[in-house]
Ligand binder design. Structure first.
Ligand code: SF4
Ligand code: SF4
Ligand code: FES
Length: 247
């Protein structure tokens, strides 16, 4: 699809053939992508709409399924004063939406030797002292496309409660949207990563099941399965992946 086709705005629908060759009409809606209006299918994700409009996403896309956090996006909707946040691969377009991607949010990463830190508030004070600037506005929580209680884990970091920070930030995809909006300029995902490292190094309980599984791997229990996977075509691998039992 070229941007010229998408930009004409003359047709209210496009034809699209499905896998069996049936042709269905898709209604088009108007969205503004990086300041320019485009007609895009109404059932597109933001990422799909950007590509339909003819843009090639070089930075700002990875897994395309809501896991990698590469596709942070901000947008507004007509008649709504709020700036909304979302992942481009998981958020559907809406009529009149104005959007732009934020493929990278600058943040200063603390450099540390985990062996020289302890899992307590001192580590937080030394590595991410900005945490103590939190004004408890909850903007970070409202910005999080993962639905995480971001403010709560920052409050836990202030108390030195590393286990709670690890737990509440566990599903963070490091999209950066919370730190982009934080009035105290805190780098929430990096605080979460520090807590996960501290937890893994000092607080993690031993797991007999994990030790057993690692030993089985080392003993070659899965070598035949690995060999089978390595011999499969891309399609066979894809079919196997989507047919798997998922949690
Ligand atoms: S905590 Fe922040 S960086 Fe992590 S997923 Fe939520 S908004 Fe993105
Ligand atoms: S946005 Fe920043 S200041 Fe507001 S609650 Fe979250 S961490 Fe605290
Ligand atoms: S591309 Fe990975 S979360 Fe959107």
């Amino acid at each position: 699809m070229t941007s010229a086709m998408a930009k004409t705005g003359k047709n209210l629908s496009v034809s699209q053939a499905d896998e069996k060759g049936s042709v269905a009409k898709q209604r088009l809606i108007t969205v503004s992508i990086m300041g320019k209006p485009y007609e895009v299918p109404e059932d597109a994700t933001i990422m799909g709409a950007i590509e339909f409009a003819g843009h090639q996403i070089i930075r700002g896309a990875g897994c395309r399924e809501g896991y990698c956090g590469a596709c942070a996006t901000i947008y507004r909707l007509p008649g709504d004063y709020k700036i909304h946040t979302g992942l481009a691969c998981m958020t559907m377009v809406e009529e009149g939406m104005t959007l732009t991607q934020v493929p990278y949010v600058p943040a200063e990463k603390a450099i540390y030797d985990i062996e020289k830190l302890k899992p307590n508030v001192t580590a937080i004070q030394q590595m991410y002292p900005t945490v103590f600037r939190c004004v408890a506005c909850n903007t970070c929580t409202k910005s999080c496309p993962q639905g995480l209680q971001v403010m709560d884990y920052i409050q836990a970091a202030k108390r030195g409660d590393i286990a709670t920070v690890m737990d509440l930030s566990f599903d963070c995809v490091v999209c950066g949207l919370c730190m982009l909006r934080c009035p105290a300029e805190i780098t929430q995902p990096l605080v979460g990563i520090l807590a996960k490292r501290l937890y893994g190094r000092y607080l993690r309980k031993d797991s007999p099941e994990l030790a057993e599984r690692v030993k089985a791997v080392e003993d070659g229990a899965y070598n035949a399965e690995y060999a089978e996977l390595m011999s499969m075509s891309r399609k066979e691998l894809s079919d196997r992946y989507y047919a798997r039992d998922s949690e």
